[in-house]
Structures are given as structure tokens and as C-alpha cells.
Design a protein around this ligand. Sequence first.
Ligand code: ADP
Length: 353
Amino acid sequence: MHRSRRLASSLHDLRHAAAHLPDAIVLLDRHQRVRWFNHAAESLLGLRRPHDRGVFLQARLHGTELADWLQGGAAEPLSDVSAPGQPSRHINLTLLPFGHQQRLLLARDISHLTRLEQIRRDFVANVSHELRTPLTVIHGYLELLDPEDVPALAPVLGEMRTQSKRMGQIVEDLLTLSRLETQDRVVDERVPMAPLLATLRKEAEALSQGRHRVTLDDRAHVDLLGSPKDLHSALSNLVSNAVRYTPTDGTIAIRWELAPDGSAIYSVSDTGFGIPADHLSRLTERFYRVSSSRSRESGGTGLGLSIVKHVLNLHQAQLEIRSTPGQGSTFACRFGHARVLPAEEPESGPLEP
Ligand code: ADP
């Protein structure tokens, strides 16, 4: 008697605790029908007591991203979606196996986190924007000063020019990143790859100034679907890194090839300094550098690979990095076949008489 009262009391406490958790909990039977849900599930998912007990959850949430996710099997958690019927409320969802073929749907309100993230993004964009004009003015005046007029100050002037140019580049890169972060899709235009690859090669040669051997191997002969400007910026960042992190006499190989599954791979390999394995996973973070001095000396802003990652994400493409310290690195961008277009035949000119 005493034991069963204790058990009943524990059960009551547990139910009470679960009912008042700030995260939404929905218990689903093996047919995805709602068996039980807590208070937070009412406010976050819009479920109503008592008539939502026993309903088929997917049908109940019909027309929302959640229903599509449930229908697709919900194997992976769903991040940052609008709560049903509340567009400004953001939630994360997870579906966990529970008991005998039952499932537990967990939803967490992340609106405050997304708001903080938005404030951070706006702050970076505003600061960068505010710095742009004063920097342009300083840079303009520095360009006007002729070192020959003040020979004693020539080295100082040179350093000031270099640094103001660097600051300008950081501001431009931060603005590019802010723009990419607020975009969730790109304009889909044909990006003719043959001329783009030729331009990338020329850019590498100009930056290298004869210090490296630059090769281009276009085996794919296909074009891409996406934003020409953003893709140029991302692909050229990889070329510029290869040149900047490869000592004189090294080789930079640009390749464009098709994989057996129909995806297209753009890669840049170098015979440069390479990157130790423990840094690889962090390279695309803003301002992450393996060696700060090497990055600064070579004119880096520490933002190049973040830009590359954002551009690739917008094109549903992946960045793969392989590197051996002391031997070199390969940065490869893999574009899914939905982004690959057969190259257009070059327009034939008028026939010679
Ligand atoms: P940065 O402007 O410093 O080059 P990136 O975001 O382009 O910034 O790159 C981040 C860091 O990754 C660099 O500072 C450098 O340490 C490393 N890195 C990038 N590309 C290469 C490469 N091809 N070879 C060796 N290290 C590289």
C-alpha cells in the first residue's frame, strides 16, 4: 500500500515536472498519433486540449515545415523554423525514439537566440558601414601625399597606405559577409565556367608575379547555375590563398572536373606550407588563422574562407579541404548536379568567304 502510494506520488511529480517544462514535449504512438503533450506544446506548437489527443500529428500540422519534416522521417533535427501559426517565433525540433515504437517530439523556443544573432549581425554590418566613409577619406588623402615631397616620411607613408588599404579590405569583406548572411538564396543565372576559369588563372598569375607555376585543367566543360559575382569571389579567394601560402617556385593547379555522380568539382591545389590537421575544421570561422603573422604579411583579412563557405552554402555546395603540412593543400568545392549545366556552344562567327 505504502509502496504503491509512493510510486503514484513519484509518477504524479514526474508528470507535473514534464507538464511544466519550458520545452514542448509531445508523446506519439507508433502511428504518430498524439498520446500526450505538455503546456509548452500548446503555446509553441498550437496543440489544444482535449481535442488534439489522438490526432495524427502530421495531418494536424498540415501545410507547415514541421509536417514536411515529419513526413520525411525526421531523422535529423530541424533547426530554426517558424512555430506553426507564429511566423516570428523560431523553434528547433527533435524526434526521438521512445519506449515501444513510440516517439517523443521535443521543440525548443530559440527566438531569443535568433534575436541576439540578428543584433550581432546588424552591429557588424552597421560598424562596417560607418567605417567605410572615414577610411575612404583617409585613404584618399594618403594617396595625394607624394613620398618624394617628404622623403623622411616615405617609409611611414608607405606603411600608412598599406594599413589603410588593409582596413578597407577588412571592411569590404565584413560587408560582403553581412550581405551573404542575410541572403537565403541566390539569383540563378548561367555562370559560364570557361571564361571564369581563364580569369581565375590570370588573377593567380598577376598575384604571383612569376613566382609560381600556375596550371589550369578544365576536364568538365560544364557551366554552373548560380550567382556569377559571388561564385567568382569565392573561387578566386581559393586561388589567392594558394598563391599567398605557397613559397616561390611552388605550383598552383586549378582543376574543373566531373565526378561519377554528376556533381562538378572545382579545386585548387598548391605545394605550399600546408595546414596541420587540428586546424582544418576551424578554417572557415571568421578571423581564424593558422599563423596570424603569415596571413597579415600576405595581405589577408582572415575572412576569405568564411566568404567561401557562405557562398558555397547558398549554392548547396560543399568545401572539402585536404592538406599535408610542408607539402601543400587542396581546397575543393563540390557542386551538386542540380547546379551543373551543359556548356553552351560558343557562338560561331560569320563564315569566311
Ligand atoms: P586569410 O585572409 O588569413 O588568408 P582565410 O579565411 O582566407 O584568411 O584563410 C584562413 C586561414 O587558413 C589562413 O590564415 C591560413 O592560415 C589558412 N589557409 C588558407 N588557405 C591556405 C592554403 N592554401 N595553404 C595554407 N594555409 C591556408
